[in-house]
Design a protein around this ligand. Sequence first.
Ligand code: MRU
Length: 349
Amino acid sequence: MIKTVELVDGAARMIDQTRLPTEKVFVDCRTIEEVGHAIKTMIIRGAPAIGVAAAMGVSLGADAISAEDFDGFYSQLEKKCDELAQSRPTAVNLAWGIDRMKRVARAGKDLSLPALKKRLREEAQTICDEDIAANRAMGSFGQTLIADGNNVLTHCNAGALATAGFGTALGVIRAAVNAGKKINVLANETRPFLQGARLTVWELMEDNIPVKLITDSMAGYFMQKKQVDVVVVGADRIAANGDVANKIGTYMVSVLAKTHNIPFYVAAPISTLDLSLASGEEIPIEERSADEVTIINNKRMAPEGAVVAHPAFDVTPNHLVTAIITNKGIALPPFTESLKKLAGESANP
Ligand code: MRU
């Protein structure tokens, strides 16, 4: 399995997702600031992977602190955490990972500084391990919704690369394949950053799972031709009512799926739920640079000076979501009740 991110020799080692699929390059982040930079520039991306990387970043940040006592240590750690939390706004897993590490730091206030740093390192590793386990659990719940022979459409990359391993939406597909089902994937290319074309197609080809790349604007065509049986996507943040923020273009796919009576499933761990938000309207949507829209592979696609918009995510309203597959089980509408019940104690906040 691809190692998206791992804690090795005082570094968070991550595969550089901006260079895939043509180059397989690993980047070692040795400081919390370097982890923040990797998140911002999308060397690492995908909500759960961001959460795991953030936890590792906090551990690296803690390692670099010298202080007389816990209060001195914690105030420095908080400052670094606040900065890291600014790296990307939409995926709630970032804040989730940081908050969990801060809680562990506070709980260890009576430990010696070296012991506390070790404890934080262990917690970052646990978060990484738990993410893989959550994806496997999601896979086994979710694969029951996929039938043998299904053509599954997905958007963006919600795979091993977007998590610590196995994936959320692609984890469901992997689990269906592992259960002996014949699955064909249609991967939307996902303009403008091309996570579908570059990452999803690469990942599935590595695993010999049949995948066909289509441009985002072809999704309706294939639904009309009855060549899509199910849609499965990931999520960056899910509000209490089941509104889902995910990669820009997801909303469009959900509307098409509704029109064509195709089930639209969202796969996401409990750490992606933000029950503090009543609806998706409150989810902050990241605006990324115009260059990511106008330039592809160093080639300018639009006139210099063109006015460009680049919201990186959109919100799919809950009425377009058939079910939300989590690591604790499958949530069905009405989501306000079902998500709360599944989340128990462990959701955000
Ligand atoms: O901008 P990105 O590449 O970080 O966006 C990723 C997505 O939108 C994914 O679908 C989402 O994070 C779920 S990943 C399991």
